[in-house]
Structure formats: structure tokens, C-alpha cells
Design a protein around this ligand. Structure first.
Ligand code: FES
Length: 454
């Protein structure tokens, strides 16, 4: 075993000579950019070996590729600034209420999870129905017919009912597609006020979460951070490749689940709420991200004829995914429409209400994966493509994100072809970002250096 010191973090770990530097960094939570999933193709995982011996290929300016470099002795490894990004969680200013994207409407639809307080009549010798029938009859008066229940609820039912003299709170989930209620949990007394939900936008690059009071629709906190899977590949294709490695799928799933758990914890601390108040976590992501979150095999999404394992996801208890919530906390994933038409765009269609209205609407979700939908209540037509590389400089030798020093605008003199460039924050140029590439292409076209075919 060798001792590896990572700078600028001053973090020391022990590692075996079989591990690459990027694997060691991942293991201890250090981020290094990796667009190609560790295949050695993108050159974004540059590191500097300040002390010690390694086995690996030297690239420009004496950098090594972290994904291709193995330790041969104790090391001092510096991660240059261009190889990492700021990944601190950032609280966002919460909106007052959960709302539709463009509409102020009076009444939000009912959330699928609700709590119902019941004060039941205790049994007598004249009326001694079973405990469950007593609840079922009362629910019928609330127009909730034959909810599904599981054996665990029946096992605890007699004790919970008698704990507070037949005053109980039912935790119910309504499945809109099946038009059916599920009894998820039963609590003694009136627990209606403890009813929080979390909405998760599971982006390829960014995670955005909101903590919502499911009784009032109030957004209590909102937080955003990088998706930690970015350390294993910047786009979905690189992550599918990474998932093919031994334990790759598990590593990807665990990293994003851990980060979601951490972000929820941050929101709970900020609002002084506890984990047990969370009843529902609602996740929307593209088809690949949804597969990775649930640890479903994603590789056939990449191979002809591009089939996902599923586009509909079952209701899952958070504990089944190893998330640190109470036994009855549920996770629902927005259904996907196709291999590259995910739950995120489906959620956007629902939130924009474009499928309910007469006027034509164009809905564009321009994330790392871009989706575009056109339609109204009569039809919807969708397309998707990889948008991130166009806007983050991916696949370009000197492409970088829009960070300080990235070329963001280019002008070309039509006579001399002399270029003029502007960089972000007016720092010395260190690469070109997406807007710089678009500006460069436009100007190359304008002065006639390229034509419409390139
Ligand atoms: S070259 Fe190392 S991750 Fe791409």
C-alpha cells in the first residue's frame, strides 16, 4: 500500500498499486473531471505528480491522466484547477408555493400522498367488526374504496388502533394511472401535520431539490448541487460505459443517492424538520439517469435498437434503495416516454399543462441532454439530442465549461482573418466554451472560411 496525498485538499489516503489515481480520488470523494468515463480519451482528468513514482503516460506540460496512472510509490498529487469544479451545495431562494411553470392557478392538483385523520368508534359486543373493516367502512364515506394494504400494516393495526383510543392517521398514496389508493402506513393519533415531500430534478450535470409541505404546497427549501456521477463521465454515454465496469453501476447509483440524501439533510437542517416527516420523494430524470438511480442495466439503451429496461417505474420504498428514511417513505419516478425521452420532459409537459390546452406550445428542456416538445391537447411531438457538449465544450480538444478564462466570443477580421477573442472574466484564455464555439462558427461562416457544409 502507498500513501497518496491529494493537493490542494491536503487529504491523505492509502492505496494499492492496482488502483488508478482517479479511482483513488473517487473513493475518497475528490472530484476530478472525466468526460470519457476513464477511457483515456478526453484528457480532462489531468493531474500533476509533485512527488513520487507512477506508471502512466505523460501528456502536455508534464501532466498525467488520472484515469491511466497507477502509483509505484508514496505520492503527492496535485489536482489542477481546470480538473475540478466547485461542487458545493447551494441553497436557492425558495418559491412561495409549488406552481405550474407559467400559470398562476387557483388550485393545485392534489399531491398523490395524503394523510387522513380518523376518529373511529371502538368496537362493542353488539358491533364487533374486524379492525380493518372498521377502517374500510369509514374510508368508503370519504370515497376511498378498497385501498391496497400490505401484511405489515395488518400486523401493527390492532396495537396502533388502541394506542390512542381508535384515533389514527392513515398514510395514503393515490396511483392516478390505476385510479387506486394504497394504504402505506398507519399511525396513532393525529399526525396530519407531519407531511413533507421532496421533489428531485435528477439532471445529468445538476441536481435540484425542493422540500415541500404536502398539505399546503409551500416550498420550504430549495437546494442545488452537481450530480456527483460527473466524476465518472460527464454525459450519459460515458456513464453507460462506466456502468459496464465491475461494480460501476453500483458506484454510480450510490454516489447520486448519497448526494440526494445529503442535500435532503441540508434542507431539513435549514428548516428544522426531521427525516421522519418525509413521506414522498418524487424524482424526474432522463431515461438513463432514472436507470442509473435504480441500478437498472443501462447498456442496451446505447446499443441498437436502443431499448430501456422499462419506461414505467414501480413505487419503491426509500429503504429498498438504501436511503436513510423511515420504513414507509416512498419514492416515485416520473415515467419516461422512450429511450431518450425521459421522465424529466414528461414532468415538464405535466407542469406546463401544454397537453391540456388549445394553443400550440413549444417546450424546450436544454440540459446536458436537450429535449424539445411541440404540441397541444390534440398531439405532442418530441425530439431529443445531446445538448451539453454544444454548450460545455465537450468533444472539442480545448473545450471547457463556461469558467473564468473560457473564450466566450470570437470576432474575425474579414480582410486579414485575424481573430479577436473575449474570455469570461477577462482572464487569459485557457480553452473555449459552448458560446465561444457558436460565436467562432458563426464568424468563420460570415467571413467565408467555412460554408454551410463546414
Ligand atoms: S482521459 Fe481520463 S477521464 Fe478522460
Amino acid at each position: 500500500m502507498f500513501k497518496i496525498k491529494f493537493l490542494p485538499y491536503n487529504l491523505e489516503v492509502f492505496a494499492s498499486p492496482e488502483e488508478t489515481i482517479i479511482e483513488i480520488a473517487m473513493r475518497c470523494g475528490i472530484h476530478i473531471n472525466a468526460s470519457c468515463g476513464g477511457a483515456g480519451a478526453c484528457n480532462k482528468c489531468k493531474i500533476i505528480i509533485e512527488e513520487g513514482k507512477v506508471k502512466g503516460e505523460v501528456i502536455d506540460n508534464n501532466f498525467y491522466k488520472a484515469c491511466q496512472t497507477f502509483p509505484l510509490s508514496d505520492l503527492r498529487v496535485r489536482i489542477p484547477v481546470e480538473s475540478y469544479i466547485d461542487k458545493r451545495a447551494e441553497f436557492l431562494k425558495p418559491k412561495k408555493k409549488a406552481s405550474f411553470l407559467s400559470k398562476e392557478i387557483e388550485k393545485l392538483p392534489e399531491p398523490p400522498f395524503k394523510k387522513l385523520y380518523l376518529k373511529l368508534q371502538p368496537p362493542t359486543i353488539e358491533e364487533n367488526f374486524s379492525d380493518w373493516i372498521r377502517i374500510k367502512y369509514t374510508l368508503e364515506k370519504e370515497k376511498i374504496l378498497n385501498p391496497e394494504l400490505n401484511i405489515n400494516i395488518l400486523r401493527k393495526l390492532p396495537y396502533v388502533l388502541r394506542e390512542k383510543n381508535f384515533e389514527i392517521t392513515l398514510n395514503l398514496y393515490y396511483d392516478l394511472r390505476k385510479d387506486r389508493y394504497y394504504l402505506i402506513d398507519i399511525e396513532s393519533g393525529n399526525k396530519v401535520s407531519q407531511n413533507l415531500g421532496v421533489a428531485v430534478d435528477l439532471g445529468t450535470t445538476t441536481l435540484q431539490l425542493e422540500l415541500i409541505d404536502l398539505n399546503t404546497g409551500e416550498v420550504l427549501a430549495s437546494i442545488s448541487d452537481y450530480n456527483p456521477q460527473i466524476s465518472y463521465g460527464e454525459d450519459v454515454i460515458s456513464r453507460i460505459e462506466f456502468a459496464k465496469r465491475k461494480d460501476g453501476l453500483k458506484i454510480l447509483a450510490n454516489s447520486v443517492k448519497e448526494k440526494i440524501g445529503f442535500l435532503i439533510d441540508e434542507m431539513l437542517k435549514a428548516t428544522k424538520k426531521n427525516f421522519d416527516s418525509i413521506n414522498l420523494i418524487s424524482v424526474a430524470g432522463n431515461t438513463v439517469m432514472s436507470h442509473l438511480f435504480l441500478e437498472l442495466e443501462p447498456k442496451y439503451l446505447r446499443e441498437y435498437p436502443y431499448t430501456p429496461v422499462t419506461t414505467e417505474f414501480p413505487l419503491i420504498f426509500a429503504k429498498e434503495l438504501g436511503l436513510p428514511f423511515k420504513d414507509s417513505t416512498l419514492i416515485q419516478l416520473a415515467p419516461c416516454k422512450a429511450s431518450y425521452m425521459g421522465g424529466d420532459i414528461v414532468a415538464g409537459i405535466v407542469a406546463s399543462r401544454m397537453a391540456e390546452e388549445e394553443p400550440l406550445t413549444l417546450f424546450i428542456d436544454l440540459g446536458t441532454n436537450g429535449e424539445i416538445v411541440l404540441g397541444n391537447r390534440e398531439f405532442l411531438i418530441c425530439a431529443s439530442c445531446s445538448a451539453g457538449p454544444a454548450f460545455e465544450g465537450g468533444g472539442i480538444k480545448n473545450g471547457i465549461r463556461a469558467v473564468s478564462g473560457a473564450i466566450e466570443a470570437v470576432n474575425i477580421d474579414p480582410i486579414t482573418f485575424e481573430p479577436m477573442i473575449l474570455t469570461i472574466n477577462k482572464k487569459p484564455p485557457k480553452g473555449i466554451c459552448g458560446s465561444g464555439i457558436i460565436s467562432l462558427l458563426a464568424n468563420l461562416f460570415k467571413v467565408g472560411i467555412i460554408d454551410k457544409a463546414g
